[in-house]
Design a protein around this ligand. Sequence first.
Ligand code: ADP
Ligand code: MG
Length: 399
Amino acid sequence: MKTIDELDVSGKRVLVRLDLNVPLNDGLITDDGKIRASLPTLKALLERNAAVIVCSHLGRPAGESDPRYSLAPISGSLSRLLGRPVTFATDTVGPAAKAAVDALQPGQVVLLENVRFNRGETSKDDAERGEFADHLAALADAYVGDGFGAVHRRHASVCDVAARLPHAAGYLIQGEVAALRQLTASIRRPYTVVLGGAKVADKLPMVEALLTVADHILIGGAMATTFIAATGHPVGTSLLEGDQAAALRYLARARASGVDLQLPADLVVARTPSADGPITVVAPDQIPPDQMAVDIGPETADAFSATLARAETIFWNGPMGISEIPAFAEGTLAVARAIAHCPGFTMVGGGDTAAAVRSLGFTESDFGHISTGGGASLEFLEGKRLPGLAALEADPVAV
Ligand code: ADP
Ligand code: MG
């Protein structure tokens, strides 16, 4: 991948794809880690006299404008952290974006509205994605990819636009890739992977690849629910998604290949995902029909911590419970503590996982690397060719 230092940007309009998909609560940013991680690239481009056009996604809107997913609340924070004004365009490639880009001078920044307000962004149809990419590319002279959290997606602003403009990878992507390479080359063992979180359908297939490299796989969060359901136990009102037949296969394969795949020995359950009601600890086969798993239990936290204490290499993606609610953050806290104490190479990946460890008081220095991408880092570790990285590696083509 070409770096931005090799890209001609002075006096040019540079479209920068970032991952500004930060956690929001009532329109307030609860963790600005992804914005901070994007600053080095933006600052370097501005110092080199580029006119910077920032684009990003936020959440999963359905291909049309939806105020719940507007990037407007992000522009103020971006401006503060960058120390310069940021103009917000109320559309992505429409009249507002065009007017803002026309008025843009070198050294200035405009933030476009959520790319996913456009059907073409996430379309499976190459032509539809290409058409949206044409509009994006028309705004700029060059393209910089630095949204690491989205590089595993074949989306227009991540892939197709790179083919249409001279391009380079930003510093965030370069740093992420360098850190992840440490987990693909000569891994020091035992290598322990911790998986949790909520995007189970997306991430469950990655267990298969991890079974071939990891010594221990510890499963919590809503990921655990899928395995518990797969083994025939009712999970009440727990979040349940993903392929249970696949989960069963992974359990069998782990046994056959001697990989230690640990599921929770106990769970914290509650009637609602809020701190108001009573919470209890139950065995995984005893989830009451009207309750949901909201965290791993204390016995599980101890067992996971003991395994993590012996690890030489650790990768962790996905909170162990609904850690945004302090009462359900104990399991995530225990895992974070055990990883922070591990003297080996440790990596924490994922937007929500990174936000969780920071809100629990951990910092960059507690881990070897904190990655902004959950799905992206998992797919990288799986050995997959990530479409967003491949697009940055390839030369632009005349379209
Ligand atoms: P990341 O962004 O780090 O890749 P995910 O997006 O997959 O992680 O998952 C993060 C979310 O998972 C958090 O918002 C957390 O509340 C949720 N979560 C964790 N455990 C559970 C659970 N048992 N039930 C429902 N949600 C859960
Ligand atoms: Mg997430």
